[in-house]
Each structure stands twice: as structure tokens, then as C-alpha cells.
Design a protein around this ligand. Structure first.
Ligand code: HEM
Length: 495
């Protein structure tokens, strides 16, 4: 076969390269099937700007600003769309949705599929069936003793600090308390973080492994080479992940082979007892990774929410007074040191409005919960999205739609006295209603009610020093927490 003359090759290349460049320049905004979805021009060409914002802990706020500018549909990266259209929630997240979780999830927790990370719909439905009863309203009452024991411990420690006029950093206390509760439930042993006043090594490893969340988000496929990474922080996070996994494995093994089992009322025992459709138990490694996932999902979420709610109440003396009146009338004034039973709290109107409003305005998972558009693409509210487009709605924006939540930046618990269907649809602190909604929702509400009631019923609280709004602003690495990681209060026992 005759070779092409070099000049001809050069001419062909000289034609193709500029054509390719022109095509690439035109593609995102003139040719792509999502060209009509608005957004900053650079988002059509690269996701790197979003990687940077993720790294800086301001991803959700940045996307929110884009929604304010461009409307309910925004293109945030070449292949990624954010929506704040209420008509989009059910098609993406609802019960019959074929949209599946992206690799953002699947690379977490050593890549071993578990309830939170599973993308495959059938596998997820199977696991959810196996575990759903562990979190039903009737089952979680069995965990109340474990919760109450830890709450009592925590309140006594706060009381001891207040007695000596010392400030209590509630951010820390809620962190230790929520960890001790969820570790107690998930691994069947107490990590004593409340008493130590410090993180347990296992918890340190679990959270250490999450340090590279933004890296995983965008470069999940590099995960298996993390131990070879040129950056020490990536190697360290990987080492935490390996150590955490091995330690968890030992804990589960010891738990399963311990001689004394009769008193157990925790999640781990219930997971061990769970059977799949063929009567098979969960393998030990699955128990380990599932328990670890519960710890990640059920600790920071609860503790950050508690910190923000207490801060909001203390800023509003009228709300504080109303809450105290409600608690006193429901629980009496004689035994303030008792941890209230959840049955007395479930129907307390004001307490529940406060919690709902707290989770609306300061959401522990404020950002995108990304899903892939299924095979064949999808039409949502008249918009076509090609298959494998990443699409998501973020709570931070849904919770701030002024048509649904008037005066959205105001903490206003009373708005929940008159809850509309639109509010229900756009209220997604635990994810949207559907197969992937938080399985721990009842447990979370139970913890929030019991802890807030125990705190406000027992103590007169005041800020220990000036606490700026800035310091309580969120920092977000998917899970969000108050920037300063500090809420110093003086807690005096009420009589
Ligand atoms: C205030 C506390 C909590 C908040 C704000 C919260 C929020 C969320 C959100 C937004 C999701 C959906 C994630 C997504 O679709 O990408 C989720 C899922 C999940 N949460 Fe929670 N959560 C909380 C407490 C808990 C607790 C206490 C547990 C208990 C172990 C828990 C376990 C889970 C699990 C296992 C999933 C995955 C469910 C599935 O995909 O089937 N969460 N949570």
C-alpha cells in the first residue's frame, strides 16, 4: 500500500486539528443535547473549577449561587446538571426511578458495596429489605436504653463543667455523644469518647479515611492506587482506611464469637440475625463495612445538626422561652436530671417544629446527591437528559426556595405549623422520598428529640462568649459542619 506523502499528511492534520478544536469549542453550548441548560460558560468545558470549590468546602453554596443566577436547571460541569425544579425530585429520586448512584458513592468504604454506596438497584433493594426492620419505628424503641445511657453520661459531664463555671464546647460534646451512641449500636461496644474527651483510634481512622473525600469524588478510579500516591495526605487516608477495616473486622469477629450474648439489643446483633431471601446471613466482611457505614452516616450528621439547632435557639430568647415552657409542661419540673422518654417528646409541637426548621436551614448533607440518567435518557419536565448525564438536586437550594419557604434565611420554626405539600416535596434533609432516603431517619429524629429535650429541660444555657454567625457558617465536604467547630456555652442546672 502506497504511503501518503508527508506533505499530504501535514495538510490533513492541518485541516483536522482546527476542525476538531472548533467542534470542541462549539460542542458544549451549540451541539450537546444539554446545550439549552444554562450555566457559566466554563462549566461546559471543564469540571475542574468545581473540583476546586469542592476542595474549598463551598460546593453547595457555589451551586446555589448559580441557581439564583440561572434558574432551576444549571449545568455545573460538562456532564453534570443541578436541578432545583420540584417536578424533578420524583423522577430522579422517587420510588420508581431508574436513576442510580454514581461512582462518588461506590468508591467509598473500600469499594465494598453496602447499603449507602450500592449503585445496583436490585442489590440495593435486597440489602434494604434485609435491614429495613432494624430501623423501623417499633424496633428503634429497643435502642432507647443505649441512647439514654449515653445522653445521661453526657449531660452529667456538661453539668460538671457548668458547676465550676467552665464553658462547655457543645460541638465537641455532641460529636463524642453521637459517636458513642452510634458505635455502641453498630459495633456493640462503647468507645468511651465521652469519658476520654477525645476521639477513639478506630473513629479517628474512619474519619481519617474520609479526609480525601473530594479526591474520591472526582478521581474514584484512582482509589486502588492510593497507597502509591505521591501526596502523603492521600497515603495517610488510605492507611487509615486499611487499618479501620482490619480493626472493624476483628471487632465483628470477637463480637460474634463472644460467649455472653443474651443482653444484646444493638444494631449489630440484629444485622447478624438478619437473613436474605434465601435464608442466608450477611458475610462477616459485609457486617463490618455496614457497621462502619452506619457510624459515618449517623454521627457527624446528628452532631452538626444538634450544634446548629442549639445555636439558633440561644440566639432567639423568645424561642428558648417557648421551648422551655413546652418541655416543663410535658415533663414537669421535679426531675430535671432524668433523660426524657421519647414517647413524651414525639408529639411536642414546638420541639418538633424547631428540629424540622433546624434541619431545613442548616442541613448536614447540603449538597448534591448525584445520580446517573438511565439507559435511553430521560425527559424531566420537558427537558431531555441523555443517558449517563449526572443529575442531582441539593438540599441547600431546595430548602431555600422562597416560593416554598418564604423568607428562607430566617430561622422560623412556626412555618411548620402550616405545612404545605410543596414544603413536603422540597424538604430533603434525609434525601428525597424514595428507595434511597435515609434509613436512619427515625433514629436520627429520636436522638435529636431526646438530646435537645434533656439539655434544655435540665440547663439554663447562655453563650460563653460572642459567637459570630461567620463561625457557625457551614464548611462542607459533602457532610457539613460549623466552620469554627466550636459552640461554647455556660450550662447552669435549673432548679
Ligand atoms: C440528622 C441526621 C441525618 C441526616 C441529615 C442524614 C442524611 C442522609 C441523607 C441526605 C441520605 C441520602 C444520601 C443520598 O441519597 O446520597 C442518607 C442516607 C443514609 N443514611 Fe442518613 N442521615 C442522618 C442520620 C442517619 C443515621 C442516624 C443513620 C443510622 C445508621 C443513617 C444511615 C443512613 C444510611 C444507611 C443511608 C443510605 C440509605 C440507602 O441508600 O438505602 N443516617 N442520610
Amino acid at each position: 500500500m502506497a504511503l501518503l506523502a508527508p506533505e499530504l499528511v501535514i495538510r490533513i492534520v492541518a485541516c483536522i486539528v482546527p476542525l476538531y478544536l472548533i467542534y470542541s469549542l462549539l460542542y458544549p453550548w451549540y451541539i450537546s443535547p444539554v446545550r439549552k441548560i444554562p450555566g457559566p460558560w466554563w462549566a461546559g468545558y471543564t469540571k475542574w473549577w468545581l473540583v476546586y470549590k469542592t476542595w474549598m468546602g463551598v460546593r453547595a453554596k457555589t451551586i446555589h449561587d448559580l441557581h439564583l443566577k440561572y434558574g432551576p436547571w444549571v449545568r455545573v460541569a460538562p456532564n453534570e446538571i443541578s436541578t432545583a425544579d420540584s417536578e424533578a425530585i420524583i423522577p430522579i429520586y422517587g420510588i420508581n426511578s431508574d436513576f442510580v448512584k454514581t461512582e462518588f458513592y461506590t468508591y467509598q468504604l473500600r469499594g465494598i458495596p453496602e447499603l449507602f454506596t450500592m449503585a445496583d438497584r436490585k442489590a440495593h433493594a435486597k440489602r434494604r429489605r434485609e435491614l429495613a426492620h432494624l430501623f423501623s419505628m417499633s424496633t428503634i424503641t429497643e435502642y432507647e436504653d443505649i441512647i439514654a445511657r449515653n445522653v445521661r453520661e453526657c449531660m452529667n459531664l456538661i453539668a460538671a463543667e457548668g458547676k465550676h463555671g467552665k464553658a462547655s464546647n457543645l460541638y465537641d460534646w455532641w460529636h463524642y455523644l453521637s459517636m458513642d451512641i452510634i458505635c455502641d449500636l453498630s459495633f456493640g461496644l462503647t468507645f468511651n469518647m465521652l469519658h476520654e474527651g477525645a476521639e477513639n483510634p478506630h473513629v479517628k481512622d474512619i474519619y481519617g479515611s474520609l479526609e480525601i473525600e473530594p479526591v474520591r469524588w472526582h478521581f474514584g478510579w484512582l482509589n486502588k492506587y492510593a497507597h502509591l500516591a505521591p501526596f502523603k495526605f492521600i497515603r495517610d487516608a488510605e492507611a487509615c482506611s486499611v487499618r479501620g477495616f482490619e480493626r472493624g473486622r476483628r471487632i465483628v469477629h470477637d463480637y460474634m464469637h463472644a460467649s455472653e450474648k443474651s443482653h444484646r439489643k444493638d444494631l449489630l446483633q440484629k444485622m447478624i440475625d438478619a437473613r436474605d431471601d434465601n435464608g442466608q446471613p450477611l458475610p462477616e466482611d459485609d457486617l463490618n463495612i455496614q457497621a462502619t457505614s452506619f457510624i459515618v452516616a449517623g454521627s457527624h450528621t446528628t452532631s452538626s445538626s444538634l450544634t446548629w439547632i442549639v445555636w439558633r435557639i440561644l440566639k432567639n430568647p423568645d424561642m428558648l422561652r417557648k421551648l422551655n415552657e413546652e418541655l416543663d409542661s410535658a415533663l414537669g419540673t421535679a426531675n430535671r436530671q432524668d433523660v426524657p422518654s421519647h414517647t413524651f417528646l414525639e408529639d411536642l409541637t414546638y420541639l418538633n417544629c424547631i428540629i424540622k426548621e433546624g434541619l431545613r436551614i442548616d442541613t448536614a448533607v447540603p449538597g448534591s446527591t448525584p445520580r446517573y440518567v438511565p439507559r435511553g435518557g430521560a425527559y424531566i419536565n420537558g427537558r431531555y437528559l441523555p443517558e449517563r448525564t449526572i443529575v442531582s438536586a441539593q438540599a441547600y437550594t431546595c430548602h431555600r426556595d422562597p416560593k416554598v419557604f418564604p423568607d428562607p434565611d430566617r430561622f422560623w420554626p412556626e412555618r411548620w405549623l402550616d405545612e404545605t405539600p410543596e414544603m413536603r416535596k422540597f424538604y430533603i434533609p434525609f434525601g428525597a422520598a424514595g428507595p434511597r432516603i435515609c434509613i436512619g431517619i427515625h433514629l436520627a429524629y429520636m436522638e435529636l428529640r431526646v438530646i435537645l429535650a434533656a439539655l434544655f429541660h435540665r440547663f439554663d444555657l447562655s453563650f460563653a462568649h460572642y459567637t459570630s454567625d461567620e463561625s457557625m457558617d457551614m464548611h462542607e465536604l459533602w457532610l457539613a459542619n460549623p466552620k469554627a467547630q466550636c459552640l461554647d456555652v455556660i450550662a447552669k442546672e435549673r432548679n
